[in-house]
Design a protein around this ligand. Sequence first.
Ligand SMILES: [Zn+2]
Ligand SMILES: [Zn+2]
Length: 346
Amino acid sequence: MVIVLSSQKKPLKHVAQKPSEFRQDLVTGDWVVIATGRARRPHAYAAGRPVVNDDIATCPFEDLVKSGNEKPVLTLKDKNGWTVLAVSNKYPALTHGNGTCPIEASQGLYRYMEGTGFHEVVILRDHYATLAELPASRIVPLIAVYRQRFSVLKKEPCINYISIFHNSGREAGATLTHPHSQLIALPVVPPDIARSIAGSDRYYLGEKKCVHCELLSYERKEKKRIVFENAHMIVMAPYASRSAFELRLFPKRHGPHFEEMTSGQEHAAAEALHAALWKLHKGLKNPAYNYFVHTAPTKGHQHDHYHWHIEIIPKTQIWAGFEIGTGIEISSIAPETAAAYLRSIK
Ligand SMILES: [Zn+2]
Ligand SMILES: [Zn+2]
């Protein structure tokens, strides 16, 4: 796998946190994060199932908003007050380090490095609204905050990839029902992204075309797996779906960088994300889901053949022994059938 480490040494801002660290698998070369600072939620381990807090009275985001104790790193407002804000995660998976970029080091047989990075939470105003039920106009500021924070964090010298993701529902790993997304800025390019970029590059070397542009043009002719389309965006069920009702949202115009989308694309992306989430919500009766952005790494321009997109994975099934043991996922419905069903849902 590709691990890109920044060689620049400009210090990151220091924040007092319990340190976390990256550890490398000696065989695969993949990095994992050991984040003991997050163990400050001991109840999370109890009874083997995460406890989900859905009570507005004890929701930490309500408190945060009322007390003003934590200063948001970004607040978007409309005429009625704030709509979306971003704060540093109180229980970060990665901490800002001790003032230096992480350097790989040895521990006996193994490699490790400091868990340097940023972990932010992007919070929507309404405790009770599920993202799927919000109108597209309320998703526009959410995407705007993703882009603005991405643009700030990508300037940090030690950051090479920024993961934006949203968990909804217990089965998707959300321990708070108050709708929120997260950004984790990493010093390494994660293995899934590295693999996806390597595949795009390989296709470009052979065919001199972007693989995603090619598949979008094919899908638009075939029409079997398209679920939603507007002026700038397409939502489709991938041909090789990894789980039942998996969806991907692509910009029609080629572009490697999510944060560089135009304002027209931003509105279209909000509309398309709303359509996808609403169709899943109505069609599958409010399933838990994860969505995440796949975009080019933040350093260098060697990723011009990549095509950013959002992947939406409803929790329609649980990874069991075969999937975990082999990495081959079994989807129990043909993506063509899933797409036809979701197209019919208004
Ligand atoms: Zn809340
Ligand atoms: Zn493309």
